[in-house]
Design a protein around this ligand. Sequence first.
Ligand SMILES: Nc1ncnc2c1ncn2[C@@H]1O[C@H](COP(=O)(O)OP(=O)(O)OP(=O)(O)O)[C@@H](O)[C@H]1O
Ligand SMILES: [Mg+2]
Length: 510
Amino acid sequence: MAARKLTREQADRKNSMRSLPQLSLTNREILEGVIGRFGVDRKSRIVRRAGGISLNFKRHLFRQQLEFINDPCKRKAAVCSRRAGKSFAVSRYLLQEAIDSPGSMCVYIARTREAAKRILWNMLKDADRQYRLNMKFNNAALIAALPNGSEIIFTGANDSSDVDKLRGSAFTLAVLDEAAFFNIDLKELVREVLTPALLDTDGTLAMISTPNSQCAGLFYDITEAGDYGYSTHRWTIRDNPYMKEAITAIERDIQSGILNASDPAYKREYEGRWMKDDRSIVYSYTEQNVYDTLPEDCFWEYVLGIDLGYHDDTAFVVGGFSEDLEQLYIVDEFKQKNMLTSDVEEMIRHYQSKYDLSRIVMDTGGGASKMVMETFKERTGLPIAAARKSSDKVGLIRMLNSDLAKGNLMVKRSFDLLKEWDKLQYNMAGTGEDRRFDNHLSDAALYMWMESRHYLFEEGVSAPKAGSIEYYKQMEDKIEERLMREEEEPAGHDESLWGAGYANQDAFFN
Ligand SMILES: Nc1ncnc2c1ncn2[C@@H]1O[C@H](COP(=O)(O)OP(=O)(O)OP(=O)(O)O)[C@@H](O)[C@H]1O
Ligand SMILES: [Mg+2]
């Protein structure tokens, strides 16, 4: 009988099926699942019986993921596009390492603990179910333990207390996810914490990330300038056979003009290429906005801005202004995770006694924060107000930037706020901040700035004179802001394609 001729679509489907790794469990894998459950002794016996081959997750990875994991280099990096399968690859890498080296410790480090949990915790749980590994997940400590005594620890690089806990440990594998987006000095983390911790076992350090828009930092130096001898891998979403639908969506959006393939943001996010792009930076300060010492002999008034966090940082920023000066000076800052209501109250009292604050503004955006604010007001008797909320945060930031450009907003050189401003970038649609960056001090500063501005205005700073250049500039800004608001439509964000934990505006298209 003559072979049936396949249509082109059928042939394509058949070929794409062929390129997908097989996902069902073989008898060997079920057997190897048992290995995971019964510690070291049983493991070696069963492994021997199974032909000396340990549990092989790698069968389910595609070529670029495998090449990265199998690379024998002890220092390696992968610079990829979004949704390339970076995190999935390292989830299996960590498991493989933990199973192959009983009693070992591996660490997975993301920007924050919450990000670490959001990105990888469920991937590990899925693998535990899929391979019946009988792992124990400590949700509070974020430690996944295997029956063979190995542990995979999850942590956040931006939290120094978390990082401190890593000192003195010995790891066989350390993975840094989204390494281009850490707010800390990555060099210091590698030099002072991870390198010593990898010495005992001659362990491996693996960094993965999409590029950042500043084209700067250790991950840039490693993957672009070729510094420090890391073996660098590159692949994109187009190599990930599990993202075929997203690739079709991208093609469609390029065709319809929603996406511009020559845009630097496109090249970074979809092609994983380093492309510098100052436009995407949210706060544009320069050296003229940085001070070392405050002007003397002024009568200062102070405003405190607070961005309340629950799992995230709670941030405090104090601004000082004086009728002798045009500038608003940021004079104090503090941020910390997991602050209890009583801790926040103590900080407010501390700033109150230090600065005799004229106003306190607090973000009452989410959850129970409005109630918390009322509690503070009642308990402290202090002038605490809700931060003015605007549906147009981008527009507000633009106004703050214009104050920065005029040299009217000053920040102390050593402040972490500047580190946030260095990194914080807009999402690809330009409709909001990219969620991968910290913005807590920035938000506290924004609330404080809005309140001080309003205060200054009340105190007699006049609105621009009708007909003046300033007046028309303000009108123009208002119209522009309104048009931008009208253009913003809610984006359809399919979590299954683009990953959990991203807001609509974080999707590539809107
Ligand atoms: N080998 C694989 N087997 C099955 N699914 C996979 C595999 N590799 C990646 N995926 C799937 O592809 C999608 C993207 O993977 P992943 O989240 O690892 O990408 P990423 O590059 O880390 O993306 P992001 O830039 O959003 O962090 C996920 O839905 C993931 O489950
Ligand atoms: Mg990821």
